[in-house]
Design a protein around this ligand. Sequence first.
Ligand SMILES: [Zn+2]
Length: 283
Amino acid sequence: MPELPEVETVRRGLEPAMAGRTIALAEVRRPDLRWPFPDAMAERLSGARIDALGRRSKYLLLHLDRGETLIVHLGMSGRMQVEHQKLGVFHHETAPLAQHDHVIFHMDHGSRVVFNDPRRFGAMDLVATDRLDDHWLLAKLGPEPLGNAFDEDHLVAAFAGRNTPVKSALLDQRIVAGLGNIYVCEALHRAGISPRRKAGRIAARRVRALVPIIRDTLGDALEAGGSSLRDYRQADGALGYFQHTFRVYDREGSPCVTDRCGGTISRIVQSGRSTFHCPQCQR
Ligand SMILES: [Zn+2]
């Protein structure tokens, strides 16, 4: 499932094709994805200019000149493709099929942006831009991890007294928005914190240190995403950028990359999801 860096990479990849451009025709080929599409979505999108392409957490935001914003969530398997250019091939790849091209944006300059989603866990909704923050998908989201509101004091306060494992606390979108399973595992390994440790029992100085580590983890993934976009324009290969940057995710049984650790990455299950960590250097 795409997390914040992947969605941001998609946003950046879509910008040249969509920002400042008009949707000549929106083709909506089914009534729903995870939820029904909003009423008259095709009509409300066709002819609208996209003033700006934003992002909140894992949601793409297409701000239209008509005072509405299209919220797009990629779900498990959704992707946006510009003509034949794929933006974001995620860790668990599924074969793209034209039959899963559910929404097609025919842009005024001739290119097409296709929303393809075989598993249909994605979502789209149209909302008045001035009430965007009240939308049910966005209203309860905590601060953006790369924004100023996500700082050391915020995280210390959010963790205080919490009896849940730190892994779950960081996945809680009310505490910080946009982190998912992969980057939480990665950040905790960088921080040397056990994913099982109770959030409220971690020393404040270690919690504070987590903030720049989370930013760096996401920043490195964004950098990899950016170079994968550039590479993609040059070659016709896949954007398989994750695999090269994981320290623990999906590396069960592999040696820990921490200097002089000598540990082996292990997989445990927390709240029904795999956690990868090094029992040796994450305490
Ligand atoms: Zn280790």
